[in-house]
Design a protein around this ligand. Sequence first.
Ligand code: ATP
Ligand code: MG
Length: 1012
Amino acid sequence: MRQSYRLGQYKQIALGHGQCCLDLEGALIARDRVGIQDFVLLDAHNSETAFLDNLKKRFTEDLIYTYIGTLLISVNPYKELDIYTKKQMDLYMGVNFFELPPHIYALADNVYHTMLSEANNNFILISGESGAGKTEASKKILQYYAVSCPSSTLLDTVRDRMLMSNPVLEAFGNAKTMKNDNSSRFGKYMDIQFDCQGDAVGGHILSYLLEKSRVVHQNHGERNFHIFYQLVEGGEEDLLRHLGLEKDTKRYSYLVQGECSNVSSINDKNDWKTVKNALSVIDFDANDIEHLFGIIASVLHLGNVHFDGDTKGYATLNTNAALRWLLGIHVQVLHEALTFRKIEAKSEEVLSPFTVDHAIYARDALAKAIYGRAFTWLVNRINESLENKDSGRKTVIGLLDIYGFEVFSVNSFEQFCINYCNEKLQQLFIQLTLKAEQEEYEAEGIGWEPVQFFNNKIICDLVEEKHRGIISVLDEECMRPGDATDLTFLDKLEEKMGNHPHFVTYKLADKKTRKSLERGDFRLLHYAGEVTYCVVGFIDKNNDLLYKNIKDVMRLSKNPIIQQCFPATEGDSRRRPETVATQFKNSLLRLTEILTAKEAWYVRCLKSNDNKQPGKFDEVLVRHQVKYLGLMEHLRVRRAGFAYRRRYEVFLKRYKALCPATWPHWKGVPSDGVEKLVQHLGYQPDEYKMGKTKIFIRYARTLFATEDAFEICKHELGKQKRTQKRHFNFFSYIISMFIKGYITRREAKTTDNSEYLAFVRQSYLNRLKDNLPKTVLDKTTWLTPPPVMTETSEILRQLHTRMMVRKYVRGITPQKKAQLQQKVVTSGIFKGKKDSYPSSIAVPFVDTRINEQDINMRVLQTIRHERIKYSVPVVKYDRNGFKPRPRQLILTQAAVYLVEEAKIKQRVDYVSLKGASLSNLGDSVMILHVALNDPKQKGDMILQCDHLFEALTKLAMIANKQNNIKVVQGSIKFEIQAGKEGGVDFSVGQEPMIYKGKNGHLMVVAPRIKSR
Ligand SMILES: Nc1ncnc2c1ncn2[C@@H]1O[C@H](COP(=O)(O)OP(=O)(O)OP(=O)(O)O)[C@@H](O)[C@H]1O
Ligand SMILES: [Mg+2]
């Protein structure tokens, strides 16, 4: 369980203190219920029995896939399992390798993501013996990429063509054998090309050594290539008529030798339709199709050409019927080519007749050549349709599905080549995993406990070594002058290989072994087991000779595919063409080079039983395969060593975001950065080792936990980036809207300026909030509004004023209130009329200016009953002569009094008081006008009062004379007595003065008031 905590820990590093969303342990626990999903976790990892038990336990639960680290083991279930649905594909897409149960999709997905993240080339080597499920596995991988890779119309075409190349190549290159009803009789290596976005953009196929001998000969229980049966069984009436074929496979001698043209697992009619459809997807037009099937039909017709012997034993043709259908070549020319050999002797050509056997040999050689070359043409043509001409950078995933190791009761040259190929691939596997593993540990200075494994190099050398290997001996025999035969070849082998531990013949064998050998056999002890080969046919098949005159005749064909297959340039070279085995050896060498330049992934297919029986687990058979595929050794290496290693630079580049010290840049040496990083992640000392150039991680789980953390971190970083981008976009939008809004700010509201105007409004309101007038009387500081806010500003200003007023009003005392009410009256009478009014506003009114104790007692006694309301000192000017005299002006409820000490000098009741006049200037003179209807009544009062506004306001209010106070410009007339008037003239001067003017008027000079 320790690992699960560690995983959580890594994730927390990535998430801060976020939640864990994946549960690796869950998958590990699931393993225990159905056996162990990864052999690396097997306790008894040295026990073959435990290994088999685990495989069997899982197989019986229909769990056919199991890992050894990243190597996938697949056991053929021989039944349809519900694990290849679209839903399953979706499940495995982008999920870490060990999070879900083992599956071919998990491997395919892992390879794909490794390719994308590391931008490197990869290949998947699918191996196993014939019928183990290699071709099925490769198809599943291709189907997975077809669904999981990004798609577009263009890519869909590439994808469909890649998928459809399969049924076509299987029709032409697969056949029923004793081991497998759909056995690949050619090797296939397919590159799937991806662009840097991970789109599948093209493909290329390399084919290896088609088993041509099958065209002319099939063992009992086996068939020719599928396409022959498909054409005959499924071909449309018209087509068959056009090709001269009958709808009966038994009519063709090339199809009847195995005596099993009908197989229950194969539906040739349906397959025909699939192939026809596939051909059209791969861009074959009607002409291509007609010519291609013309060739297939020709091969069948050729097989039906029978020879009789004449009296001398030479071959003759009793009917030319079949020749009619042969590739549009003149019948007579063909007839001659099939019964005579042209020998070039010095300057002339001599025709040498064939014996019957010879003619049959020549006919079969031609059939094989036609079919073999047409197959090569087909592969090239498919490659044209898959080709991606774009020169942009591509990475590839290679899929190698090559014929599996096979052992029949009689094994010939073909099995020798096939098994040699498997030997080479095993060697590659050893080199790339076991040996390379050890060497790398040594090179990196990491301690290594040697793991014993069988190195099959010794067998590869036995077959391919220059001048000494079996192929060299065979080639020598093929080329040497004289009568080389298969038996002389065997002699040579015995001579050269006599002591080799992996080689034995009847002659070389001990008594016991000899019992199982024929005289014409040789036996090789392959890595996968013993195989006895019968030498018959080795020389011929290796030579694969086609007489020159037959080739020349082929060039006369009207079929354009045949013309391409037999180019005129072919016969030019005097050099002998390479033998089949040497060609094959060289092509395998090139394949090895292609593969070693890529990162390797493995699918090891196992056959569960020999009878194609669903659900049967033949322990002996499986144990044998586990052994020769070196699976136990592979497991031991995995357990002894480290599951993962990466160059420091690569590791750091990928995971640096997981550690603050390495993110975003590590400036030091990469290995130091990696050390910092893994310490930050909390790797335990036993989990990793630092090599010279690489970090080695012991457990896959440690790595996957790191990878999970990285995925989450990447997600977070992506989110941050996206947020930044969103902010950037937002700001640039705001700026552009601001500019547009500014330009159109005076226009009516539109989508362009609405945001700007909103901004202007908000900004004004914000500024206004901080700059409001503080007092009711402060009328100047109201912020000037932008045009869009004029109306609002005015409403706000009024509201604010009202609010301040209300606040002010609430805060004032009853006395103050009374005073203010008086001030309001004052304002109503004088505001805007008299120059000295503004300066009076701020001067508060008082109740009275003369206390009662300062009024003479006698006066008081006289007027008290009228209730004194207000008193103020004044200067009274005589109506005649204008002599100034200080007086007290007393206002009672009923009348106004002018008092001098104890004397009431004048009383005017309010009824008799007509009103008051005063100038508009800054002086403080007032005239109280008296109604003179009573003869005792004195005239108007001319008074100067320092509290002019206060006195007049009190008078106006007490006597209810608000409307009778007049502000006058220039001069005021007054009544001295009834019928006699005087005047007061007002003017502005330097000094305030009051004096009697020459015109007999009172002259009042008011001070100049600046603010006017
Ligand atoms: N995953 C699978 N699920 C169901 N059936 C399978 C699976 N794999 C293989 N088979 C069955 O086994 C048969 C043989 O498989 P396949 O043709 O892939 O073998 P092969 O390894 O390519 O053999 P050869 O070397 O002869 O070409 C298939 O036709 C199919 O019936
Ligand atoms: Mg196959």
